[in-house]
Design a protein. Structure first.
Length: 122
């Protein structure tokens, strides 16, 4: 089975590079907290998971939901005022959209049975 690559490298190597860039940028540019650094790395990991799921032609619904969840966590971690109820509403919307999209992608293993009515005499 071929290995998925990003820029010719394994996804783990790309994520390690992103992590180093986040740490360097935090140290010299925008001085993020450890929590914010972890949040950015989580979002990057979830984005890579979505790319891998798409390339593997696997079910991407769970990867997309986890990516959305990481984005909400990142937004809150960087100061967006979003309480738990509103976070749940946004993630519910994501779940519904994924469900509606998945419904169009799934086919039944066998065709639907057609109802055949036979005429009956009375």
């Amino acid at each position: 089975m071929p290995t998925y690559r990003i820029f010719g490298r394994e996804p783990a190597a790309v994520l390690a590079f992103i992590s180093i860039l986040v740490k360097l940028a935090s140290a010299y540019v925008f001085h993020a907290t450890e929590t914010q650094q972890a949040t950015v790395n989580t979002v990057a990991a979830c984005a890579v998971a979505v790319l891998i799921a798409i390339s593997a032609h696997d079910s991407i619904g769970a990867a997309v939901f986890n990516f959305a969840q990481a984005l909400v966590a990142a937004a809150v971690g960087f100061g967006l005022k979003l309480d738990a109820d509103h976070q749940a509403l946004w993630l519910s919307l994501v779940t519904v959209v994924i469900g509606l999209w998945s419904r169009t992608q799934v086919t039944a293993p066998t065709p639907a049975a057609t109802a055949v009515t036979t005429p009956r005499s009375v």
